[in-house]
Write a protein that binds this ligand. Structure first.
Ligand SMILES: Cc1cc2nc3c(=O)[nH]c(=O)nc-3n(C[C@H](O)[C@H](O)[C@H](O)COP(=O)(O)OP(=O)(O)OC[C@H]3O[C@@H](n4cnc5c(N)ncnc54)[C@H](O)[C@@H]3O)c2cc1C
Length: 383
């Protein structure tokens, strides 16, 4: 029996789309996790394959080369990625975040130049906000992009950037007016191909998400054409970030609930197979109560998530609601993944068991996309 009810926002069209998403994730993602973890990145061709079957930029209008769908399509793909046990492919950043900065904030020329190439997989997108010295406190980024004729000259360093090794279109958060705080922030579109002064650092070693290329990026007098200032007006970067962060946080929440559901399902199956003291592990009261609590956490989290998705589809999800979804679901996921791993005993600690990867992947979700402490700061402002 499924742990949760069918989401209210699902439609027959989305069911058909789910079949495509599922077969792609099972065929193109699931079998390669171990190899990608070793390589610390997915195969570059994965992006082109996904582009060919129409799985990139699902919620970008067709006139810009996208799938012409809605956030619901992105959510279905995220759910299927989680079900396939994928923690490597950074499509959520590429399609759900980078493409949406362009769509919502870009000039018509920027949309036409970049969205079709993101949708085909020719370009891989990344967003570079975090710096070695500045994470949560985004107003204080040190990277600078100073106007010089018809270019901006970019200097600075970024770290922890998802898709950092493969990205060839990077949305860079930098100060165009270093004397200002939030009002001095702008977003610039950097095409990395042939960009002099641009350098990638190492792909970072992480506790989890091992197949994802999280990397450092360095900018040393990189010249970016002035027409690549996102939206064409300086000083709007912070406004753009505030507009887009609710979707980024909702994406994390969708993945978190799907991962939680998978963790419970795999633990129910395992504890019904494994025996100790002459009975199924599942039959111990501790196991039943732990899984009953976990199943409840999934169902309650999903109900709020579905409400947020509906609000987002109507264009009504606010910063507070998204922050609530992000901290709550990722906090529950961490707890549920940890309790489930415990029920696997020593096997739960072995990387070949998917529950171990679910557990390490869960931990970071309380950190990225704005830490859960920052989510509570945001929520408290509305009280
Ligand atoms: C796997 C991974 C992928 C990532 N991908 C990207 C990416 O693609 N692009 C990108 O730009 N960044 C990315 N990040 C960076 C991530 O967004 C930051 O790590 C995160 O925002 C926190 O910043 P920080 O690490 O500098 O921590 P800090 O800001 O130094 O925070 C340290 C601690 O202090 C707490 N803290 C800070 N300020 C407050 C406050 N006001 N009140 C209470 N507590 C506070 C934090 O909650 C945290 O617990 C990624 C990180 C990881 C680990």
């Amino acid at each position: 029996m499924p742990l949760t009810q069918r989401s209210s926002w699902l439609t027959e069209d989305l069911d058909t789309f789910r079949d495509l998403a599922r077969s792609f994730c099972q065929k193109e993602l699931a079998p390669h996790q171990e190899r990608w973890a070793q390589a610390k990145q997915v195969d570059r061709e994965l992006w082109n394959k996904a582009g060919e079957v129409g799985l990139l930029c699902l919620s970008v209008p067709e006139e810009y080369g996208g799938g012409g769908g809605t956030f619901a399509h992105e959510a279905v793909l995220l759910e299927e990625q989680a079900k396939a046990g994928d923690d490597a492919w950074g499509n959520a950043v590429h399609s759900g975040i980078v493409a949406h900065y362009l769509l919502a904030c870009g000039t018509e020329d920027q949309k036409r130049r970049y969205l079709p190439r993101l949708a085909s997989g020719e370009l891989v997108g990344a967003i570079a906000m975090t710096e070695p010295g500045t994470g949560s406190d985004l107003q204080n980024v040190r990277s600078k992009a100073i106007r010089d004729g018809d270019h901006y000259v970019l200097n600075g360093a970024k770290t922890f950037i998802t898709n950092g090794a493969q990205a060839n279109l990077v949305v860079v958060v930098a100060k165009t007016d270093p004397a200002e705080k939030a009002q001095g922030v702008s977003l610039l579109l950097l095409e990395t191909e042939g960009a002099e002064g641009f350098r990638r650092g190492r792909v970072l070693d992480k506790v989890g998400l091992k197949g994802q290329d999280t990397a450092e990026l360095f900018f040393d007098d990189v010249r970016i054409p002035a027409e690549n200032l996102l939206g064409g007006t300086e000083g709007l970067g912070f406004v753009h970030l505030m507009q887009q962060l609710p979707q980024e946080r909702l994406i994390i929440a969708v993945s978190a609930v799907a991962a939680m559901e998978s963790a419970v399902e795999m633990t129910v199956a395992y504890t019904k197979e494994r025996t100790a003291f002459g009975r199924e592990i599942f039959k111990f009261q501790n196991t039943k109560f732990t899984l009953a609590e976990a199943a409840t956490e999934v169902a309650v989290s999903k109900a709020y998530l579905d409400q947020c998705i509906e609000r987002h589809l109507r264009g009504e999800l606010d910063v507070t609601g998204a922050a609530m979804a992000k901290w709550w679901t990722t906090d529950r996921l961490s707890r549920v993944a940890d309790e489930c791993l415990q029920l696997f005993g020593g096997y739960g600690y072995m990387t070949e068991y998917p529950i171990s990867r679910a557990w390490t992947a869960a931990r970071v979700q309380r950190i990225f996309g704005g830490t859960n402490e920052i989510m509570k700061e945001i929520i408290s402002r509305s009280l």
